[in-house]
Design a protein around this ligand. Structure first.
Ligand code: SF4
Length: 335
């Protein structure tokens, strides 16, 4: 692996994103959490909005969860917003040692361990914040890094440990070659995101092609790593949209933990339960929504009834599934 070639490539192609111009660990943490499941263009919009309103952990800790979720609305994977709020409150806890701030610089191992002790921070996010904010040699491993490591070594089914060890070895060699840890981590991730892509790999544009066993293998680079088997479960739900005289639905707040935690939406129950049978009996069928989550497929039957307790959905944060359910109900009523 020619570390300098990859760092040089990154210097030439790196996009000028605002979180790459700051060393504020809170701003970097926000960007990392957002970008885990959100496209860069959308992440940029949400990052600016969240940072404007919550420039420090203390500003977020002082806000209600509901306000955080409102700003998060539309970014998806809502548990991230809730965990961020938990984290802000944890570092601002007067009985905790943080004093309202994220862990300060130290050794890479200490900072990564301190970050991982906070709510919602896993190995990837801890290494990303430690390396990007403090330039500590903590190697990140995400899907992009795993793919580049696997292809460079022509590994079909590497263990997490194999990949972590290889990434740590690359980091050590990069630092020895005078490359900053923040640059190195982002260079490997960018290579995976834009050149060493899952499909449509662009080996001819790759700065580290010379050392790649995957590209010169008989199977070809895209054979590495072998896809992980994925089992998607299907869940059948009944959504009950009861409307008042103004066409406003009865909404309930989802529990503080679990799917769509803290968001609002029409009541939903297991479609095969006795409760669902009773609810269905006194309402009309409006339609059906299929919604895909990462490991689950939700098949949601939508029924419509009457209520005196409608609420305006605009004033309550709702998930994209609930938005779709409400749209089906409104279409039915207006038809
Ligand atoms: S040569 Fe191709 S497969 Fe190998 S690291 Fe570069 S882009 Fe990936």
């Amino acid at each position: 692996m020619d570390h300098s070639a990859l760092a040089g490539w990154y210097a030439a192609v790196a996009r000028d994103l605002p979180w790459r111009r700051t060393r504020d660990p809170w701003a970097i943490l926000l960007s990392e959490v957002l970008l885990q499941q959100t496209q860069v263009a959308r992440g940029l919009e949400y990052w600016s909005r969240l940072l404007d309103r919550f420039p420090t952990p203390a500003a977020m800790a002082a806000a209600d969860l509901e306000e955080v979720m409102h700003l998060w609305q539309g970014a998806g994977y809502y548990a991230r917003g809730r965990r961020l709020h938990d984290l802000a409150r944890a570092v601002c806890d007067p009985d905790a040692p943080w004093g309202g701030l994220l862990p300060s610089p130290g050794t890479a191992d200490d900072v990564v361990a301190a970050l991982q002790s906070l709510p919602g921070i896993g190995p990837y996010t801890a290494a990303a914040v430690a390396s990007i904010a403090y330039d500590l040699p903590a190697a990140v491993v995400d899907g992009n890094v795993r793919r580049v490591v696997s292809r460079q070594s022509a590994w079909g089914t590497p263990s997490d440990r194999d990949v972590q060890q290889a990434a740590a070895g690359w980091m050590e060699a990069a630092v020895a070659a005078g490359i900053a840890p923040s640059v190195w981590n982002q260079a490997v991730m960018d290579l995976g995101a834009t050149v060493c892509r899952p499909r449509g790999v662009r080996c001819s544009a790759c700065p580290v092609k010379a050392t790649c066993k995957g590209t010169s293998s008989e199977e070809g680079p895209e054979a590495f790593p072998a896809p992980k088997p994925r089992r998607v479960k299907t869940e059948h739900l009944l959504a009950v949209v009861d409307l008042d005289d103004h066409g406003r639905p009865h909404l309930v707040q989802r529990p503080a933990t679990g799917r769509f935690a803290g968001l609002w939406g029409p009541p939903m129950v297991d479609a095969n339960s006795e409760e669902a049978a009773a609810l269905r009996a006194s309402r009309t069928v409006a339609g059906h929504v299929t919604h895909l989550l990462s490991h689950r497929r939700l098949e949601v039957a939508v029924v419509v009834g009457r209520t005196d307790e409608g609420r305006s959905p605009d004033a309550h944060p709702t998930s994209s599934l609930d938005d779709r359910v409400l749209a089906v109900a409104m279409d039915h009523v207006e038809a």
